[in-house]
Design a protein around this ligand. Structure first.
Ligand code: FMN
Length: 186
């Protein structure tokens, strides 16, 4: 696909077909996605791929987290079940994890490079007809979610990517025109 079209056509996808995604294909895309600029070549990332039965672990973590968050004791079960079902219906998760450097500038640069990687991956996936959404819901920082995914101390979850074949592609939300954004110094 032409790069310009690929960049503009890609959308964040929330509703997926009930169709599995090949783990081998995702691995292939990741081998390419890591070719990002990366100051000091720290390569701080790693990936946790969750599909099939192991999705239940994340869904259970989400149940526990969301039930605990619900204040009304009568609604706790319902809130937990809703959260469980929501994650259980995602075909695949790719949790992108980054080692947190104690130095703040290194950490920021690492976060920037990891973000480039995620966008590379999302474009490569889109080219293959695969959609995703980069999620940063508060739960990713909870111990329930981190434990379920096997994230170690000193690691930060940069995104929980929900991946699958799109059932619904949302309309694009317009971007600000360049004229509003660009200053050309005389
Ligand atoms: C760092 C980052 C975090 C995001 N987190 C969420 C999220 O938690 N929930 C969500 O619905 N969308 C999330 N998004 C997706 C944006 O909402 C989406 O990119 C935006 O609405 C533009 O839509 P588009 O990607 O289809 O062009 C996130 C995007 C980025 C870059």
């Amino acid at each position: 696909m032409e790069l310009k079209k690929l960049i503009k056509d890609r959308r964040s996808i929330k509703v997926f077909k009930d169709q599995p995604v090949s783990s081998e294909l995702i691995q292939e895309l990741l081998r390419t996605a890591v070719w990002v600029p990366n100051h000091k070549m720290t390569q701080p990332w790693r990936f946790i791929l969750v599909q099939g039965e192991s999705k239940k672990k994340l869904a259970e973590a989400s149940r526990a987290f969301n039930a605990a968050k619900e204040r009304d004791p009568e609604k706790k079960n319902e809130a937990g079940q809703r959260a469980y079902d929501k994650l259980k219906n995602v075909p695949m998760f790719l949790i992108v994890v980054m080692k947190e450097d104690p130095n703040i500038s290194m950490r920021e640069e690492d976060y920037a490079a990891t973000s480039c990687l995620i966008h590379n991956f999302s474009l490569l996936a889109w080219e293959q007809g695969i959609g995703m959404i980069w999620e940063t819901y508060g739960m990713i920082h909870s111990h329930e979610f981190r434990n379920a995914a096997g994230v170690a101390p000193g690691e930060r979850i940069v995104g929980s990517l929900h991946i699958g074949y799109p059932e619904k592609i949302p309309s694009p939300r317009e971007r600000k025109p360049l004229e509003e954004l660009l200053t050309i110094l005389p």
